[in-house]
Design a protein around this ligand. Structure first.
Ligand code: ZN
Length: 135
C-alpha cells in the first residue's frame, strides 16, 4: 500500500471536510462549553475554600450539561476527529467524577489534582474547534 501511494498513480482519498453549516453547529455547542469553562474559577474557589458541598453541587448544577454538550459536539465532528473528541470527553467526565468523589471525602489533594487535569483536557477539547475550521 505504501508503494502504491508513493508512485503517484493511485488516486488519494481525500478525507471529508467541514461545511460552514457543520462549523456553525459546532460553534453553538462550543459556546455552551466555553461558558462553563469561563465559570470554572468558581469551582476552583470552592475547592480552595474546601467548601465541599457547594463544590459537588457546582459539578452537578452549572456543569451538569457539560457531558451532553461535549457528546453533541463530538457527534458533529467528522469521523477522523471523533476519536480524539470522545477520548477527551471521557477524560473530562472521569476527572469530574473524581472531583465529586473527592468532595464527598473532603480530599483536597485529589480535588485539586483532578481539577487541574480536567482544565487541561477541557482546553484541549475546545481546541478541536479551530482544528475543525482549518481543515
Ligand atoms: Zn485527563
Amino acid at each position: 500500500m505504501l508503494f502504491l501511494a508513493s508512485c503517484g498513480n493511485a488516486p488519494q482519498a481525500q478525507p471529508p471536510t467541514y461545511t460552514p453549516d457543520m462549523v456553525q453547529r459546532l460553534e453553538s455547542y462550543t459556546n455552551n462549553i466555553q461558558g462553563m469553562r469561563d465559570r470554572l474559577g468558581e469551582l476552583n474557589d470552592l475547592i480552595q475554600e474546601k467548601d465541599w458541598i457547594y463544590a459537588d453541587n457546582f459539578i452537578h448544577g452549572p456543569l451538569g450539561t457539560l457531558r451532553q454538550d461535549m457528546s453533541l459536539f463530538n457527534r458533529n465532528l467528522l469521523p477522523q476527529d471523533q476519536r480524539q473528541g470522545r477520548e477527551l470527553a471521557r477524560e473530562i467526565s472521569r476527572h469530574l467524577e473524581a472531583i465529586s468523589l473527592a468532595a464527598q471525602n473532603s480530599d483536597y489533594a485529589a480535588a485539586t489534582k483532578n481539577y487541574r487535569e480536567m482544565l487541561t483536557d477541557l482546553d484541549a477539547f475546545l481546541d478541536l474547534l479551530p482544528n475543525a475550521t482549518e481543515s
